[in-house]
Ligand binder design. Structure first.
Ligand code: TGC
Ligand code: FAD
Length: 397
């Protein structure tokens, strides 16, 4: 067994205490380094201001597209077909910048492009996927409603057939990218009780996407309402290969998988800020790093982050091997988001008062993670998914 002195250990990349890096291949390491550099160059310097002002710069999509990150894990129609692990690592590095940036990419690739890729006609794929990959067309995903969040099966948005068209009525709530999107994938119930997906183009009469303001979380992300008042949608914009709730829920698996990795990125950014701070901050005559209470916090953070990273990587390998099940993703989302929140809150305490200002990244990540805990299935929903998988008993109802 190799032995490492405490001095050598302290010199290692602190997050990668267990040398998880050795489990990546050269291509995965190259993607990680490229995205990490992108975040340093394009996000870190500005994101505090974006968060404070409550904006997401739309032009960032163009920069993300230049790296091929939009829909990167899909293949065909000119898409890169990257591995699930590569996609996960990308989400982790983006979220180390800000969850809002990872959200923008998750929603575009996993929630707007994925349903078209999976359930769309050849014409729809040809029309939409290439410009979505290049960032010329931005998409959003409308499932949640004001009274149907955890229970999307109770949605009220309705689509009525009218000749060769459909007439959509209803409202969607909390929709990422809604106001800046060119198309919305909207899920609606039809008269036969089916749940169908429609590509609603932003200039269709009766459709609007007002932005939701006063959010104190994910502020560097656009969140919107979608309003549909007698919106006429041609049948050619209906996704032909989906007619049940299983359709939209299978899109969520894609985005939730990205969050399993992404949360580790948020936590890591906070851990790094805390490590930096504890070396410099002196209290009662010595650095706070020298106190057992601080070291316990740091050790717990390292434990949580390394455990989270290993779980994420394992799920990624399972996804690439085709053995990943939705309940595995629930376990990963549940554990890694909770872990990241604990790390972030603990890091905030180490920074003292600096921990509450946007001069440091920590409070931004803490606040963002409150949304991450709720969206893509709340902590409670994923607990019940895992509970059902373990017991065979449905405790949702
Ligand atoms: P239930 O009866 O269990 O299932 C209905 C059908 O769907 C199947 N199914 C799934 N299929 C694929 N993947 C999954 N994860 C699936 N979960 C269920 C199921 O097998 C069944 O199929 P079939 O063929 O037998 O009909 O449905 P339920 O009504 O009891 O609800 C179950 C529940 C609560 C787990 C589900 O509805 C749920 O996941 N609720 C949470 C909703 C949610 O996560 N919404 C997220 C909205 S999008 C978002 O938040 C984007 S955030 C922005 C960003 O990512 O950055
Ligand atoms: P509710 O479902 O009303 O839940 C309220 C509370 O009840 C929660 O604690 C919940 O866990 C708990 N609960 C629910 N069911 C049970 C149960 N059976 N047992 C015990 N407790 C239960 N949606 C989209 O469709 N597209 C998007 O792009 C999108 N982006 C979002 C961006 C942000 C910033 C946020 C905050 C949300 C976004 N959402 C999006 C919505 C998100 O998916 C929902 O908020 C989430 O699914 C929870 O729904 P809800 O807020 O209506 O809470």
């Amino acid at each position: 067994m190799a032995t490492t002195s405490p001095r050598e250990l302290a010199a290692l990349e602190p997050l990668d205490y267990l040398d998880v890096d050795a489990l990546l291949d050269d291509e995965e390491r190259a993607i990680r380094d490229t995205v990490r550099q992108f975040v340093r160059d394009n996000v870190l310097e500005h994101v505090g201001d974006w968060f404070e002002q409550g904006i997401f710069p739309r032009e960032l999509f163009g920069e993300l597209a230049k790296l091929g990150l939009l829909g990167m894990h899909l293949e065909g129609h000119g898409l890169p077909g990257a591995s699930s692990v590569a996609y996960g690592i990308t989400c982790m590095e983006l979220e180390a910048g800000d969850a809002g940036v990872r959200s923008a990419v998750s929603v575009q690739g996993s929630l707007a492009m994925f349903p078209i890729w999976k359930f769309g006609s050849e014409e729809q794929k040809e029309r939409w996927l290439p410009p979505m990959h290049t960032g010329e067309v931005i998409g959003c995903f409308g499932l949640t409603e004001p009274d149907a969040g955890s229970d999307p099966g109770s949605m009220r948005t309705h689509a009525r057939r009218d000749g060769s068209d459909w007439i959509l009525n209803g409202a969607k709530m909390w929709i990422t990218n809604g106001t800046i999107a060119d198309i919305a994938v909207v899920w609606a119930r039809t008269d036969d009780g089916a749940i169908r997906g429609f590509i609603v183009e932003k200039d269709f009469p009766g459709f609007s996407a007002p932005e939701i303001h006063k959010k104190l979380s994910l502020r560097a992300s656009v969140t919107s309402e979608l309003v549909l008042q007698d919106v006429r949608v041609p049948d050619e914009n209906r996704l032909p290969e989906v007619s049940t709730l299983r359709g939209p829920l299978s899109c969520l698996n894609e985005a939730r998988f990205g969050i399993v990795f992404g949360a580790v990125g948020s936590g890591r950014a906070c851990f790094e800020a805390a490590l930096e701070d504890e070396k410099e901050t002196m209290v009662f005559g010595k650095p706070i790093a020298g106190y057992q209470l601080t070291q316990e916090k740091l050790a717990e953070m390292a434990l949580e982050l390394n455990r989270g990273l290993l779980v994420a990587l394992h799920l990624g390998r399972m996804k690439d091997a085709g053995t990943l099940r939705p309940e595995h993703v629930s376990l990963g989302k549940l554990g890694n988001v909770r872990g990241a929140l604990e790390v972030a809150r603990s890091a905030r305490t180490i920074l003292g008062a600096n921990g509450v200002t946007l001069e440091y990244p920590v409070i931004r990540h803490v606040n963002n993670l409150e949304s991450v805990l709720t969206y893509e299935g709340t902590h409670e929903v994923h607990t019940l998914v895992v509970g059902q998988a373990l017991t065979g008993q449905n405790a949702f109802r």
